[in-house]
Design a protein around this ligand. Structure first.
Ligand code: 4AD
Ligand code: MG
Length: 430
């Protein structure tokens, strides 16, 4: 019977056949150990010369890394492996012999691995990261569907900028100018006025010349938007959502987290509610802690965010940033002049901001003023101001960056490992 590696547990003692690739191999005179992978998992296959015969044993010993094969054998329990099973091989049939696979078990530099990203994806660690990414996506749909949200897809080709014009990817739309979407938010606000609670999940683009471990040029964002929702209610949705995703990954990615050597104790503590600190308070704290390079009105850099996150050791909301360092659409905060009703959620362990969110201006006049102040063309935003003409309501929303969230949960250093084919400064290949 043909099975996949993840089904091995229900076939103990049976003879089965797997389609697999050779991840690695070692052998002595009489026995060979083949590390197999088939996309669903990893399994050690043991080939004993005495059982399989001279010819097949020679084939097994000579098999090259990443060759593909059908391998038949008996599934055994194996308490020593993380997976818990291994195979005693009775037959094998090579499908395709790979030659000179470039990624060998020795260490390679990141540029070499990125040049070979199409192959690097096969490695154990990269496989685990993609499984975690998949689980975050799965849990996201589950959470928002359970909470009564409708998924709405905003366009990728757009004529206006939500997050500031300096980071836009410019393109031609026949004769017109167009941009790749930076955020679906403005369209999601329109959708919230039709459906109440909505979320989107799609690619977004930032032409930012940043070369940090947190920046991608193309990344995926989850953007919920809620009508009749003030900012405090939105924070509750955010903390419940992030806790749900963390707990789902802990429950459903046990082996993947183990392969990555992730310290899961830190993740296990992540449960709503999350601590909140105001921007102004955060500035005071940072000064107390010896950061004298920051003044009220400055944006936080990575070291500042890390210091605040380390202090709480949990995801933490920094709320009510200065109006002048945030986008045009944010609702003023009546409790502190010069600030807006917004929050960034900072992940622990130095992973930085994973969510940006706010309450949106619902007053037409104020919104028009802000559009002018920011030097934006009112005409290309008239669909957006329309929402304040026909039954305007308090509404809030946020955007969670998928890759930064996956980097945090996987414990990988750089977001480039959390995207299957990362788009980075100076990298469009493969
Ligand atoms: O804070 P940002 O720019 O917020 C928005 O775009 C809002 N319109 C979202 C909304 O309210 N609907 O981006 C949101 C999140 C960030 O917190 C971060 O996780 C991620 O998107 N992000 C990036 N991830 C990787 N590379 C980049 N260059 C990113 N820029 C933002
Ligand atoms: Mg932000």
């Amino acid at each position: 019977m043909k099975i996949t590696i993840n089904q091995a547990g229900s076939h103990v003692g049976e003879t089965v056949t797997l389609g697999a690739w050779i991840l690695n191999k070692r052998s002595s005179g009489k026995i060979a150990f083949l590390q197999l992978r088939d996309g669903t998992g990893f399994l050690q296959a043991v080939v004993v010369k005495e059982d399989i015969g001279e010819d097949l044993f020679k084939t097994a010993k000579g098999i090259t890394q990443e060759s593909s094969l059908y391998v038949t054998g008996v599934i055994k329990e194996d308490a020593r492996s993380d997976f818990g099973y291994e195979m005693e091989v009775t037959n094998l049939e090579i499908i395709h012999e790979a030659v000179d696979y470039p990624i060998t078990p020795k260490a390679h530099g990141p540029e070499f691995l990125l040049d070979n990203r199409h192959l690097w994806l096969r490695s154990k660690r990269q496989h685990a990261v993609m499984k975690i990414r998949n689980e975050v996506i799965r849990a996201t749909y589950e959470f928002f569907n359970n909470e009564g949200f409708t998924k709405i897809d905003p366009p990728i080709l757009t004529g206006s900028a939500p997050e500031g014009t300096s980071e836009l990817f410019h393109t031609k739309y026949f004769e017109e100018d167009a941009f790749l979407s930076q955020s679906g938010q403005l369209y999601m606000e329109a959708a919230a006025m039709a459906h109440g609670k909505v979320f989107s999940f799609g690619p977004t683009f930032r032409a930012e010349k940043s070369k940090t471990r947190r920046h991608l040029i193309e990344f995926w964002m989850i953007e919920p938007e809620m009508a009749f929702c003030e900012h405090e209610d939105s924070l509750e949705v955010q903390e419940n959502y992030v806790s749900y995703v963390v707990q789902s990954v802990l429950k459903n990615c046990v082996l993947d987290l183990k392969i990555l050597g992730r310290d899961t104790e830190k993740l296990a503590k992540v449960a709503a509610p999350f601590p909140r600190i105001s921007y102004t308070e955060a500035i005071d704290r940072l000064k107390e802690w010896g950061f004298d390079d920051i003044e009220w009105g400055d944006d936080f850099g990575a070291p500042h965010e890390t210091a605040i996150a380390n202090h709480f050791d949990l995801p933490v909301f920094i709320i009510n940033y200065p109006t002048k360092i945030k986008p045009f659409y944010m609702q003023p905060n009546p409790d502190e002049e010069g600030t807006v009703k917004c929050a960034d959620l900072i992940a622990p362990e130095g992973y930085g901001e994973i969510i940006g969110g706010s309450e949106r201006i619902n007053d037409l006049k104020l919104l028009e003023e802000r559009i002018n102040e920011h030097g934006l063309d009112p005409e290309s935003y008239s669909y957006y101001t329309d929402l304040r003409k026909y039954g305007s309501v308090p509404h809030s929303g946020f955007g969670l960056g998928l890759e930064r969230t996956v980097a945090w949960l996987s414990g990988v250093e750089h977001v480039r490992e959390t995207s299957p084919f990362p788009r980075l400064l100076n990298r469009l290949y493969p």
